[in-house]
Design a binder for this molecule. Structure first.
Ligand code: FES
Ligand SMILES: [Fe+2]
Length: 380
């Protein structure tokens, strides 16, 4: 279904202010967050064609382990098959569209609960009962629709677009910045769930700037990672952004990243792979903010705490609980910085604001957003 172009939904003047160099740039206009038509365009132009992170390899260790995820317009299942290969595919039954899996678990095959059509873990239809008499029906010709899948740093990414450029080469610059962080070795230790009834870009922007440490986190992050010390390297237009937050402490505690130098050990970073893969690391732990938009005013959010298995093993349950509490406390502060602007963006007189040069990641992500949503397409 062709949607209008972004240029028909937002004024040319507003878009030009977003396009301006960082020192002159403005925020996205309020309708970019609040207009359901903009969200519909994002579903068609952005999420239908982007690499999105859906799991960690450590969540799919054993043959048969699977996870279901709802990407915009694409309910999928991600599974490790019996020979150890990972697959991502639609979980919509090819018979009459019942989802063939839910939640997560371990399966030898997927059996649709409606009429028992049974699929191999690679999505191939294996059997369909009582179809004798159906002419020209060959189970071998039917399968759950596959999605592209790539593993990067232990994160499992999928892309609904069969023509998409491979992900890893686009992240070479980001790889260089996190070369001593061995994310592939980490495992999910804890997961926190949060209700997030606001536009997905509000959280993304909040995640990618340290400017708000002076307000939202003045009693917490600002003392260790002052807003003024943070910086964002150029990304050359590549689909990622990296926020470096040097720390004022001399970190000497147990680490999930043994190869870090002392400056890295003291620092915190946050990074985004456009559009919605958010991850972060201190010396102690990694974090993956798993965000999936649901509508213009709703997203799902899970915060996964990632630890090196040897560190997790050495930790008491009490200290893991304490760590979970810290993540909860910081995000509780950020919820105010999400819910407040969401309310404000819907007020009648709200207009575009000016960006601080300390919000360079937001500027970078805005350029990528505009590039994607204003690009000419053959289908439009
Ligand atoms: S809908 Fe799945 S078997 Fe009928
Ligand atoms: Fe924050």
């Amino acid at each position: 279904m062709p949607h209008s172009n972004l240029n028909t939904l937002l004024s040319a003047d507003a878009l030009e202010r977003v396009r301006a160099p960082l020192s002159q740039a403005w925020t996205l206009p309020p309708a970019a967050y609040t207009d359901p038509a903009v969200y519909a365009l994002e579903e068609d132009r952005l999420f239908a064609r982007s690499w999105q992170c859906v799991a960690r390899v450590d969540q799919l260790k054993a043959p048969g382990d699977f996870i279901t995820v709802d990407l915009p317009q694409h309910p999928i299942v991600v599974v490790r098959d019996l020979s150890g290969d990972l697959h991502a595919m639609s979980r919509v039954c090819v018979h009459r569209a019942m989802p063939v899996a839910s939640g997560c678990g371990n399966a030898r095959r997927f059996v649709c609960p409606y009429h028992n059509w049974t699929y191999e873990l690679n999505g191939q239809l294996r059997s369909a009962p009582m179809m004798d008499g159906a002419e020209a029906f060959d189970t071998g010709a039917w399968r759950l629709a596959p999605l592209r899948l790539e593993v990067w740093q232990g994160f499992v990414f999928v892309n609904p677009d069969a023509e998409a450029e491979p992900l890893a080469p686009q992240l070479a610059g980001l790889d260089a910045l996190i070369a001593r962080y061995d994310f592939a070795e980490l495992e999910v230790a804890e997961t926190l769930h949060f209700d997030s009834p606001w536009n997905w870009k509000i959280l993304t922007e909040n995640f990618m700037e340290a400017y708000h440490h002076i307000g939202t986190h003045r009693q917490t992050f600002e003392r260790v990672y002052p807003a003024r010390d943070a910086s964002v390297p150029d990304n050359g237009g590549a689909p990622w952004s990296f926020l470096h937050m040097p720390g004022k402490h001399d970190e000497a505690g147990p680490t999930s990243f043994p190869r870090l130098n002392q400056d890295e050990r003291n620092a915190l970073f946050a990074a985004c792979v456009f559009p919605n893969f958010l991850f972060a690391a201190s010396s102690t732990s990694g974090a993956w903010y798993q965000l999936h938009p649901r509508a213009h005013d709703q997203m799902d959010l899970e915060i996964h705490i990632l630890l090196h298995p040897s560190l997790r093993e050495a930790m008491s349950d009490a200290s893991l609980k304490e760590m979970r509490g810290m993540f909860h406390a910081i995000h509780t502060e950020d919820i105010e910085a999400n819910a407040g602007p969401w309310q404000g963006l819907q007020a009648a007189g709200t207009r575009q604001g000016r960006l601080s040069p300390f919000e360079k990641s937001i500027w970078q992500l805005n350029q990528l957003w505009l590039d994607t949503l204003t690009a000419a397409t053959s289908s439009a």
